[in-house]
Design a protein around this ligand. Sequence first.
Ligand code: HEM
Length: 503
Amino acid sequence: WVYPNPQLEALDRLRWDQTGFNALGISIFVGPCNFFFVDTNATGRSDAADWIRTAYHDMATHNANDGTGGLDASIRFGEEQVRSENVGDGFNNTLSILGIGASRYVSLADTIAVGAIMAFENCGGPEIPFRGGRVDADGPNTPGVPEPQDSLDSHIAAFARQGFTQTEMISLVACGHSFGGVQHALFPDVVPDLNDPTNRQSVQHFDSTFTNFDNKVASEYIAGTTQNPLVVGLNDTKNSDKRIFGSDGNATMLSFANSPQLFATTCSSLIARMVDTVPNGVQLTEVVTPLSVKPANLQLILNGDNMVITADVRFWNMTFDANRVILMLWDDHAGGTHNTTLAARRAGTSSAINDRYSALWYGLDNFAFDGLAGIKTMRFTVNGELEDQDGLGFVVDDSVIFSASSCLFSPHPLAGRLDVAVRNGVNPSRIFLENVKIDSSGHPVITETDIPPPAQPIAANAVYSIWSHNVTDNNLYRIVAEVDGVNISTWANPAGVFSSCPS
Ligand code: HEM
């Protein structure tokens, strides 16, 4: 992908800026991998297991024949959670954490997908390709999650409906059941009360390494030492893993027991397919790869004849070097080119615990330059070497930006005027403010408020004019302008930061 692309910028952040600067803070809930956010005191449970089970249960309603259901966050609806196929509080636990990642460009369903991927990757599993673009469902899907008392035939049929063959069913169940286990409280006829103070929720685990990924779920099963409660559980009718794992004469499980590598690569591709199983009509993005140079958090404000820029730029897989010089070069509307040095300031890594990749951030804070000439493209040099996205540059749109003339009439109750600076000649067909609220289930809800054009043009300076809108709350508003059928949008700013209006 190429910068700018607001959706992929947000997805890249969700997927790759896992800890340190710019991180949303999701991956720390699976680092360490035995962490269980709701109750950190030896429950036998883990966020990682909850997140993986949530992704499967949300996806498992998919019907490949009619294209309905799939990974669409329908698991957030109470109507799905009261079904016996979805027992337990693991889904709400999961959504209350992963909802942190939902935003204007990231659906709750995308966060469910990335949560499962982070759980695998941070906890010893293989890297899994991640795509975004899932759409949150408006209501519950048709039931369809397999239950342990169902017959082998019905399990094979359920996985076929979801789009998986019998061999893939065996594999996918083994991948998922490399984590977690069965709770006594939910399945008392499968798991007895374990009376274990180090496992207070009496979770009988699928393998002996239940907080991280490895092939023990297969090797212990093949060796006959398994304590998997769905293989050796009290109630044979509910021993679904036993029927599923044995359904091809143990061939698949034997291959996984013999080869951790085969198990890891199989799980990588099947978990990717699982989280990419979406209702018909949903268009997923390309696989989200980290841009080697990624501008982020770009803020432009018009202040009189100046333009004020704040920006961060991430350099991927770069290690610290105090002598490195990074310049930002920018081209203006008049054909001029300028440059300034970026400050080195922040570090980040792409994973919670393994430091798989590292990144360094450089940036600019409130740097003022000629606002009449403006900015069209950024480029960077790293010790003199040009980074310009293969000649494209990093395009910056300064046609519609916040104006520093925005001000507050009163802080309490909040009443202010938000001024939008529109570059002359741009002619937007519509300008509106966009606000995003995350509802109680974690699903982002977007509202739009139109800003009518001014009755008479109001000049901000020789090249910008002002459109104004009165605001009475401290919500974060992003300015969006429709120009020639394309939406241009800014960063989001709250009115609370404006200074007082001149009296
Ligand atoms: C026939 C198919 C399946 C059946 C019958 C089944 C059944 C179960 C049951 C009964 C539990 C215990 C839930 C609890 O006590 O909290 C469980 C847990 C779990 N399942 Fe499955 N499962 C199936 C497939 C899958 C798949 C395909 C995945 C993911 C790829 C998966 C991932 C998990 C995980 C991670 C847990 C542990 C949850 C925790 O410890 O909090 N399952 N499964």
